[in-house]
Design a protein around this ligand. Structure first.
Ligand SMILES: [Zn+2]
Length: 317
């Protein structure tokens, strides 16, 4: 991105301060070899602009590159994000109802893997309503979110244990958590590795991590890549990020664990085993637990093709 392109984007966000984005190595495997996948992506609200997305040629991880610093994203999520995505800082009723429902469904599904009572963390919890069923069963809960109005809504209106902070700044007691959930937030965090490191330190041996990510494109890929998603996980990369931090993935599924309102999301559940799992991370990639950039390009082409030949049918998927 040249200076003129950066300025145009910052101008769109109504940011007065200038931030210079930097080229980063692959967040998953650390390789510096990446291939440009898309230069122009959605800036939301039918506006498209330059914000390049790359694919790592070593592991197939797809991520925005270059990237801005933590302060930029702090300001972006604090307010701009909701102004752009929902055009209001007040959480819509339907959104609140959905989050509550998703929490109930998640609790019901996870029960089989969890102790009756324990300690949990919700990273990027939004209002925090997904923690409600756990609180009801006397779980010790904590959540965090960078959207100021939403975190405060949860704290003040629902008395939920939500902190308005970036997950990079969360303080977790070592070896204290039975469950960590990151539901649709893993694509938004600023520093993926820092957040995962904190989760690794906080989880107990055999504790559970639940990751929910957006998954495959739903419709034409023109709208799939957008400014708020700093990275894109598919089944393989979700499992790899678990393995990198010592979690053994035991269930990866597109089954709608949290109900039908988040179409196409993928869930990955892992159990913390520590070094016995993470020591294999790089070898696994070398021996084939990866996607190539061609795999990714074909996947995108396939979804564009589907949306072209049968748009109606695709919406129902
Ligand atoms: Zn990589």
């Amino acid at each position: 991105m040249n200076i003129k392109e950066v300025k145009k984007y910052l101008n769109y966000l109504k940011f007065k301060k200038f931030y210079k984005p930097k080229i980063k190595p692959c967040e998953l495997c650390g390789s510096k070899n990446t291939k440009l996948l898309r230069r122009k992506i959605s800036w939301n609200n039918n506006k498209f602009g330059i914000l390049p997305v790359h694919c790592c040629t070593n592991c197939g991880f797809v991520f925005q590159n270059p990237r801005f610093n933590k302060e930029f994203y702090f300001n972006y999520y604090k307010k701009t994000y909701r102004d752009i995505t929902l055009k209001t800082q007040i959480p819509p009723k339907i959104y609140l109802k959905d989050q509550k429902k998703r929490g109930e469904k998640l609790f019901k599904f996870l029960k089989q893997y969890l102790p009756k009572k324990g300690s949990m963390l919700d990273v990027g919890c939004s209002i925090g309503l997904m923690m409600k069923p756990f609180l009801k069963k006397k779980w010790k809960c904590q959540g965090n979110d960078p959207i100021k109005s939403y975190a405060e809504w949860g704290k003040n209106k629902y008395k939920l244990p939500v902190k308005w902070i970036q997950s990079e700044d969360m303080i977790i007691k070592n070896n204290s958590l039975d469950l960590i959930i990151i539901m649709g937030s893993i694509e938004h965090v600023v520093d993926l590795n820092l957040v995962m490191k904190k989760c690794e330190k906080g989880i107990k041996k055999n504790g559970i991590l639940v990751l929910e990510s957006r998954g495959d494109p739903l419709g034409h890929t023109k709208g799939f890549f957008n400014q708020s998603h700093h990275r894109y996980f598919f089944e393989n990369t979700l499992q790899l990020i678990m393995i990198k931090y010592g979690f053994e993935p035991f269930l990866t599924t597109k089954y709608p664990i949290t109900g039908p309102t988040r179409e196409n999301t993928i869930f990955c559940l892992g159990r913390y085993k520590g070094k016995s799992v993470s020591k294999n991370f790089k070898k696994l990639i070398t021996y084939g637990k990866k996607e190539t950039c061609s795999d990714i390009e074909y996947k995108l082409k396939y979804h564009d093709y589907l949306s072209k030949i049968n748009p109606g049918k695709l919406l129902l998927r």
